[in-house]
Design a protein around this ligand. Structure first.
Ligand SMILES: [Zn+2]
Length: 64
């Protein structure tokens, strides 16, 4: 089960919860109990893993 980062828009508390994506709408702030939370999107999985290598410049490129 993946974990998601949220920020409470009421008290500003950042927290991480492990829920399924279907349950994300039900996430509440553990501090104040507010349901006004916003999911934080961090840069993950974009720079790691994967076998595409679409961004890799070929070695010996004339543009190098
Ligand atoms: Zn809160």
């Amino acid at each position: 089960m993946p974990s998601y980062d949220f920020r409470c828009e009421k008290c500003g508390h950042d927290f991480t919860v492990r829920v399924s994506w279907r349950e994300k709408d039900k996430v509440k702030c553990p501090v104040c109990g507010s349901s006004s939370v916003k999911q934080l999107f961090t840069s993950f999985t974009l720079l790691t893993g994967g076998s595409g290598g679409a961004c890799n410049a070929p070695s010996g490129s004339p543009f190098g």
